[in-house]
Write a protein that binds this ligand. Sequence first.
Ligand code: ATP
Ligand code: MG
Length: 247
Amino acid sequence: MDEIAADRSHPRYQSLLMRHRIEIAAKEGLLADSAMIAHGRGEAFDYLLGERTIPSAMNATKLAYRCLAEAKKPVISLNGNTVALVGKEIMMLAAKLNCPVEINIFYRTAERMEKLFSRLDNIRTKEVIDVEILGMNPNAKIPGLEGPRANCCREGILNSDVILVPLEDGDRCEALVAMGKTVIVIDLNPLSRSAKRGTLTIVDELSRVVNNMLDFAEPLSEVALDDWDNKENLKQALKHINDLIQN
Ligand code: ATP
Ligand code: MG
């Protein structure tokens, strides 16, 4: 599945691999039509950040991991792009954190939900990963949202205290924050509504973040969430872009 024309020595191999995974998932019907646009916006910001994990993002990743590891009821919310880009790695992370994943897509259709579930279920079987996959039978609603995008599971998103939402929509991010949850956002755009509204934002590329978290040996952040200044964190990302352009 990961066979791409460019070889590993290509300077932008990782970026091309991610693009390829999106292409394949789109062909398989896992994604909404707007998925490639969302991915392209992410790529543009990644270029501006130098396509690497900047120091402020690593600090945010360490704190995020600590929050998830210390949570009472952590959950990882998965949309189509996340499953396409890091399906296997995110299942491994959920196993490491001993938490469920919940498929929660913005443009919900039964067909896409089933395809995403079956992709994750295959990974679970093949890699022998013991993780609960929620989302197929929603039995609760996120207050303040209208329509199918409010749907969620009581035993997952609704009752969670800490939620990891890679590539979340800004509106839903805000609704989750309003529920009193610690909302950890992964978004390459430090100016997106999700980035600004999350409790803790990791301005970094999704696959790098998940692999960084998989590498952590223990909850190693010395910073506590109470001392975290998310606005300052977003400013650091913008400053990094500015410095790159100046140098
Ligand atoms: P909002 O203002 O509601 O947050 P948005 O601008 O984020 O909207 P979306 O459709 O939610 O619009 O776009 C997806 C977001 O995900 C973009 O901000 C983009 O930067 C980010 N993104 C896309 N691919 C990746 C990736 N691989 N890793 C991290 N972030 C990504
Ligand atoms: Mg967003």
